[in-house]
Design a protein around this ligand. Structure first.
Ligand code: HEC
Length: 318
């Protein structure tokens, strides 16, 4: 039985731990927690201090963003490298990525849950798979290798590995600093012209141009049966012109279909270029055809390379 004094001690300990988490400067005195909406609004209406946000980002005792994210272009951790995240996303999207991580999950960074025969459970982002083992990048910043023999079940989780509510220990001001830091993460200016980064200044177009859909009709869902469960990742993830053919394009659907679209004066002709669903698709995940790269000499050798998430079928479980 815990005596009254001991219980009181525990309370004091819990209270001071909470204070340490909240850190200094302490948030303005107020009743109850700050809602996600308040953080969102404050960060949309105020400028932050990116240098202070960088400290918040790297503070291991508080948010530990650095346990899962690098900002130097090396992407070995559980979450995506964020070195150019300010080019990729607008301020509002960056705010959403932090306050509602599971609302949209970055392609290729879904959560994989592995249960072993001995009853252990591992949660992480699948990074590598061989004939004999798979390797997960986990939320504690560690890599965990699980031998294929010991896996009892492997499935994909619906939630992001990134925890919800990370902002809760921050004042709205600190949260805004953190967002300002993310906004500031851009490709270096010298890389802009030679790379696909976003230029710092974009002159307004004059006269305005109209945006028209590229395809006359949207691409069909590969097989309605496949996506009936809605948990399946599906949709076009990559699109490009075939080298050497100015009117032929390929579009990759994440569920495993590659469409070929031939634009002709009489309209689009489309067909299935490759159907990889038997190989790539798994109703319980991990799942996904993620990208395609043409060989630099594709016109001569017709070679191309596919990037796909390791599938359950590569390590079948009896
Ligand atoms: C436990 C690991 C973990 C921690 C801690 C974590 N993240 Fe994440 N984060 C992820 C994963 C995994 C994803 C990709 C899945 C998703 O989109 O939610 C992600 C996605 C993101 C994205 C979207 C990137 C993209 O390319 O779509 C941003 C921005 C981000 N995190 C910022 C942060 C910030 C800021 C912190 C600290 C407050 C943080 N993360 C803490 C794991 C983590």
């Amino acid at each position: 039985m815990i005596g009254a004094r001991a219980a009181q001690m525990l309370l004091v300990l819990a209270w001071s731990a909470g204070r340490a988490w909240a850190g200094a400067p302490s948030p303005p005195a107020r009743e109850g927690p700050i809602s996600a909406e308040e953080y969102r609004r404050f960060a949309m209406q105020h400028d932050g201090d990116a240098a202070r946000g960088k400290e918040v980002f790297a503070d291991e005792r508080r948010l530990a963003c650095t346990k899962c994210h690098s900002t130097d272009g090396k992407s070995g951790r559980a979450g995506p490298d964020l070195s150019a995240v300010g080019d990729q996303f607008a301020r509002r999207e960056l705010i959403e990525a932090v306050v509602r991580p599971s609302a949209t999950i970055a392609v290729g960074y879904g959560t994989t849950i592995v249960e072993t025969a001995s009853g252990d459970e591992h949660l992480g982002v699948l990074k590598e798979a061989t004939d004999t083992w798979i390797e997960l990048a986990c939320g504690d910043g560690q890599r965990r290798r699980v031998s294929k023999d010991s896996i009892a079940e492997l499935r994909s989780g619906e939630l992001s590995l990134m925890p919800e509510g990370l902002q809760d220990g921050l004042s709205p001001r600190e949260f805004t600093d953190l967002i300002e830091f993310l906004v500031s993460l851009k490709e270096p200016a010298h890389a802009v012209t030679s790379h696909h980064g976003m230029p710092d200044n974009i002159a307004p177009v004059d006269p305005l141009v109209a945006l028209r859909p590229f395809l006359a009709e949207p691409l069909p869902v590969p097989s309605p049966g496949l996506v009936a469960g809605q948990r399946i990742q599906s949709g076009v993830v990559w699109f490009a012109q075939v080298p050497g053919c100015s009117n032929v394009f390929l579009a990759l659907d994440q569920s495993g279909i590659i469409w070929r679209i031939h634009q002709t004066p009489t309209g689009d002709r489309r067909g299935v270029f490759v159907d990889l669903t038997p190989d790539v698709f798994s109703a319980s995940g991990p799942n996904g055809l993620l990208g395609l790269a043409f060989h630099p000499r594709f016109r001569e050798n017709r070679k191309y390379y596919l990037n796909r998430a390791a599938s359950r079928k590569q390590f079948p479980i009896s």
